[in-house]
Design a binder for this molecule. Structure first.
Ligand code: PGA
Length: 232
């Protein structure tokens, strides 16, 4: 099965959520569509489309002002959570160790973590992508339990620039082989970074690409629905 994760980041409101979910209602996607919304829009998870969160607290319920715990997400019926998105790593200084910890907390609450990894532009230019990716992967994924990996080169996020299909193929092969060394090769691996309806047709058949994580193009049905249709 292929996966399509929409990541709304810090965008959207109740009206926009209703509008997008309404436009997805009549679709019968073969793809597993997961919409990761801001916490404020996760109040009603009884939708046909699976809803996910974009972060989870390192801490249990208690004196942690502003944090949203795994227990709270579980209580809402959230089934997926993004951990270690490059924006969290960058603006909130999340390390691989923190990401792994969050992934474990998600699993303890019956939530599947979507673990993000991706090299920076400098690392890419210096030819360090392979070593960076392997290390990030091995240090960020949980030891036991199900998870999804999203490979998102930082230089491709929100820029309109993507790696070539060949480059994506070679990195996804490395990810697959690295997962194999820890007996996790069955875990789905998604590509993310400037995904749109145009490039999904080029990327969907790449070996070891099990779907996509989509930011900007997931905000509106005009750009999200064509991706779902391309994946069917
Ligand atoms: P983008 O974002 O599709 O807008 O490039 C992807 C992401 O950050 O998950």
């Amino acid at each position: 099965m292929k996966f399509l994760v929409g990541n709304w980041k810090s965008n959207g409101n109740i009206k926009e959520k209703k509008r997008l979910l309404g436009s997805l209602n009549h679709l019968k996607p073969k793809t597993k569509v997961i919409l990761c919304l801001p916490f404020t829009l996760l109040n009603d998870t009884k939708t046909k489309i699976a809803l996910g969160a974009q972060d989870i607290s390192l801490y249990p319920n208690g004196a942690f002002t502003g944090d949203i715990s795994g227990t709270m997400l579980k209580d809402l019926g959230v089934k997926y959570v993004i951990v270690g998105h490059s924006e969290r790593r960058r603006y909130h200084h999340e390390t691989n160790a923190i990401v792994k910890n969050k992934a474990n907390i998600a699993l303890q609450n019956g939530i599947i973590p979507i673990v993000c990894i991706g090299e920076s532009e400098i690392e890419h230019k210096q030819g360090k992508t392979r070593s960076v990716i392997k290390r990030m992967l091995l240090e960020s994924v949980p030891e036991v339990g199900k998870f999804i990996v999203a490979y998102e080169p930082r230089w491709a996020i929100g820029t309109g620039v993507t790696p070539t299909a060949k480059e994506i193929e070679s990195i996804h092969k490395i990810i697959f082989e690295t997962l194999k060394t820890i007996h996790c090769e069955k875990m789905p691996v998604l590509y993310g970074g400037s995904v749109n309806a145009g490039n999904t047709t080029d990327f969907i058949d790449i070996p070891h690409v099990d779907g996509f994580m989509v930011g900007r193009a997931s905000l509106k049905s005009e750009t999200f629905v064509p991706i779902i249709k391309n994946m069917n």
